[in-house]
Write a new protein. Structure first.
Length: 828
């Protein structure tokens, strides 16, 4: 890791303030001792959060130091700020280069853009190789040095990769990839997409998703609407840029893949050749500095030798004096005294030399000890860093298993809770403080989830709807694992078993079943949900204008979110209360009953326990080729777990079959849904869904009918029709109209009473019977084909071809008020 200088503010003189600097204040400064120009960036360093953010940026710049990133020279605190001294990129940033390039001939412009592309990806590959996402690649963060080379800077938003979800979405909006808006996350592929936008802008002088407004540009990014690519850059450049801006992140090339491209490698060799020449000059400069050091050392040695020579000369003079003293022993006492004094002076000089030598030796020893201490300190520092990195990695792994901190429910005190609405599509719903309004632009579905996650205490969630029309709207709770996408109802696809909705018609919707018992709520009428997460079992109660409703739910999940469902243009919901209260206000009312989360609901049918248990481990399998055997299906599903039961239904007039598979446990069933859905079997891609009680009863009855070999074809058709309607209630008669031994495609069913007939019309219309969708209507009072004139309704069978859709138009809510789950109406 590169070290930085020890420095202070007094060593610099401010020249001018620089533009930009969203994360701090930036100045051009001159170092007084060398007159070298540098960049000084001031960032807040008072609060703990400011210190963490600033220290992280410094650590990133030190760790990511390279020839392709802006170098951090030094850092020091001053007052309540941290000052960062960085190298000065005298030619500015790419925003200036974009304008200059447009003045060049197209061929020269293209060559220059290739050179810039190579250097940007060298920098990006350096970051990604260190598991860091820049998260804010744009022209203003790519700088140009005096020699024209490119460097990547501003690591204030750069973040290490902690998991495959990577980092949350930040940065400049118009240089973000589509997945940032769709999935609210950023990856290394998001950096590649941003570079593609920058390269496009260098070539054309225009943003690839140009629009009249920032929101328009964001919409173009999401929809992939680009302006025309410059014709002079067709070929390799267009191929690379379009690959970098592929809407699918998994299909974008990595930084290493771009650098491996033939054309890029050619410019890379040119760039490296030029850089080697520059490096050679720097090596010569360093060699000259080392030569100067050697010369200074030699001069010091010469001075030491000169001192030693002088000492020798003094000793010679002393000896000579002693000889003269011996020769002049008879001289006067004065001359002898002078000689002794001179001798004493020589001895003093010798002692001084000896002392000087001893001091020199002590200094050398102290230097050696200091070097040893420094080496030991470096070893300890490296060991502590390794331990810190290991602890941080373990902490990240632990935190990855926990709910996101910004969504967890941390509040334990009573009182209001700050809501954080998760709106999947801002083109459909806009937020004005605590009011959520469906736009006029479309009639898309919008399910809004509310953070924080609720896991303890008694919580009341209350509000009112306005501008309601004919369609159903709803309020409810969802398991924490439920994720709502754009134009999606609460119980679609994977959320089918994860939500309970209280609909404006008064019904509770769960697992595709509508339960009556609670009253309707209308325009501007207060409706509230109250969950008790501390009770055993956990409960959910409903209120309309503060009046408790009779139907409640128990055994709700341990971690939930509240949600609101809007569908009509200009329809709105206003949240008036989101609060943790002391205790539950539910006291029970006359006619109260409790429904249980995790079980199939039905108001009248009494299913036995075995069938309910079977539901948890069973799967509905569709689009099976008639050539496929149960053995082939079993072999496929055994790849994810043990298979207990398989049954396939083979319609006479369709090329595909339907059936169910019961796995040994719920975990195996979930694995089958995740890993085998869409698997190709005998030329057909099978569709796997969670089975429901109605399907199991129908298939069990079909299996029973298949085992009956002595009944006629017409009797079987009538019995199948009767068994199909028997799931609603008692069937008195069921008959398929036969002419010349063949079915005419319709029949008649008589239910015990009008109420059951109405329920059958509501619940079974457009459902599948023997692999075909049937249409149901009340029979006419006088029908020549009707063998029993008091029939409640008649059924007409409708068919799908491989590309048709029997729905014809978009379904909203049926008469039961169920959520419009596309999964239940999609042709199979």
């Amino acid at each position: 890791m590169e070290s930085i200088e020890i420095d202070c503010f007094e060593n610099y003189q401010a020249m001018k303030k620089l533009k930009g600097g969203a994360m701090g204040k930036t100045f051009l400064v001159k170092k007084l001792i060398s007159a070298k120009l540098c960049v000084l960036k001031k960032v807040d360093y008072l609060e703990e959060e400011d210190k963490i953010r600033a220290d992280r940026e410094v650590e990133q710049m030190i760790r990511l130091a390279s020839p392709y990133t802006v170098r951090l020279i030094s850092k020091f605190p001053r007052d309540q700020e941290l000052c960062l001294i960085m190298e000065y990129c005298s030619q500015g940033d790419l925003r200036k280069v974009i304008a200059e390039l447009q003045q060049l001939p197209e061929e020269e412009r293209l060559m220059r853009v290739w050179e810039i592309l190579v250097q940007i990806f060298l920098a990006l590959d350096h970051l990604h190789s260190h598991d860091v996402i820049h998260r804010d690649v744009k022209p203003e963060n790519i700088f140009v040095m005096e020699d024209g080379t490119i460097k990547l800077g501003d690591f204030g938003l750069a973040k290490e990769i902690a998991s495959r979800n990577y980092a949350t979405a930040v940065g400049t909006k118009v240089y973000q990839a589509p997945e940032v808006y769709k999935q609210q996350q950023m990856t290394v592929e998001s950096d590649v997409f941003a570079v593609g936008e920058v390269i496009f802008e260098l070539l054309s002088g225009r943003h690839p998703f140009e629009s009249d407004s920032e929101q328009g540009m964001i919409n173009n990014i999401i929809q992939g609407k680009m302006i025309e690519f410059p014709t002079f850059a067709e070929g390799n450049m267009k191929q690379i840029v379009f690959a970098m801006m592929n809407p699918n992140p998994s299909r974008r090339p990595s930084a290493k893949a771009v650098l491996a491209h033939d054309m890029v490698r050619m410019y890379l060799r040119q760039h490296q050749g030029k850089r080697n020449i520059d490096d050679s000059g720097r090596i010569q400069q360093l060699q000259q500095e080392r030569d100067d050091e050697r010369r200074r050392a030699d001069e010091q040695k010469i001075r030491a030798d000169s001192a030693e020579q002088k000492a020798d000369e003094q000793k010679i003079r002393a000896d000579s004096a002693e000889q003269r003293a011996d020769q002049q022993r008879r001289r006067a006492d004065e001359a002898e005294e002078v000689s002794r004094v001179f001798q004493l002076e020589i001895e003093n000089k010798n002692r001084e030399i000896q002392t000087l030598q001893q001091r020199t030796q002590i200094i050398e020893q102290e230097k050696d000890r200091e070097k040893i201490r420094a080496d030991q300190e470096k070893v300890r520092s490296d060991q502590e860093k390794v331990r810190a990195d290991e602890q941080e990695e373990k902490q990240l792994e632990t935190e990855a298993l926990l709910p996101p901190k910004n969504e967890e429910e941390d509040l334990t005190e009573l009182g209001p809770i700050n809501q954080d609405a998760v709106i999947p599509d801002y083109a459909t719903v806009q937020q004005n403080e605590n009011k959520f309004i469906h736009t006029k632009d479309n009639d898309n579905y919008c399910t809004i989830a509310f953070n924080p996650i609720i896991s303890k205490g008694v919580i009341r969630f209350e509000g009112f709807f306005e501008n309601i029309k004919e369609k159903i709207f709803a309020i409810g709770i969802a398991d924490v694992s439920a994720v709502f996408g754009p134009n999606q109802a609460p119980n679609e696809d994977a959320n089918f078993t994860k939500t309970i909705g209280y609909q404006s018609c008064g019904q509770l919707n769960y697992f595709g079943v509508g339960i009556h018992g609670n009253c309707k709520f209308e325009d501007k009428q207060l409706v509230a949900l109250e969950v008790n997460m501390s009770s055993n079992p956990r409960t959910l109660h409903f209120f309309v204008d503060n009046q408790e409703q009779p139907v409640s739910v128990s055994d709700i999940p341990p971690n939930i979110r509240f949600f609101v469902f809007l569908i009509d243009p200009e329809q709105s919901f206003t949240l008036t209360r989101f609060e943790r209260i002391q205790s539950s206000t539910a006291r029970g009312v006359e006619g109260s009953r409790v429904l249980k989360w995790g079980y199939d609901w039905d108001e009248n049918a009494d299913y036995d326990g075995n069938l309910v248990q079977l539901l948890r481990n069973s799967l509905e399998v569709n689009n099976i080729s008639q050539d496929t055997t149960e053995q082939e299906v079993q072999e496929l599903f055994q790849t994810v777990g043990r298979v207990k039961t398989i049954y396939l239904s083979y319609p006479n007039e369709q090329s595909v079959s339907q059936g169910f598979v019961q796995m040994s446990n719920e975990e195996s069933a979930l694995r089958a849904m995740n890993e085998l859905n869409g698997h190709e079997l005998n030329g057909h891609r099978i569709q796997i869904l969670k089975a429901n009680l109605n399907l199991l009863q129908i298939l069990f009855q079909q299996k029973s009918n298949d085992d009956s070999e002595n009944e006629s074809s017409s009797e079987n058709d009538g019995q199948d029709l009767g068994n199909f309607f028997a799931q609603i209630g008692y069937v008195e008669k069921a008959e398929v109209i036969i002419h010349n031994g063949r079915s005419k495609g319709f029949g008649f069913v008589t239910m015990r009473n009008q109420e059951l007939a109405q329920r059958a019309l509501n619940q079974l219309n457009n459902c599948k019977l023997d692999g075909r969708n049937i249409g149901i209507q009340f029979a006419k009072e006088h029908d020549d084909h009707n063998p029993h004139q008091n029939s409640n309704f008649r059924g007409e069978r409708r068919y799908f071809n491989q590309t048709g859709n029997s729905r014809g138009e978009r379904r909203n809510f049926d008469q039961r008020g169920r959520f419009p789950s596309r999964r239940r109406f999609r042709p199979r």
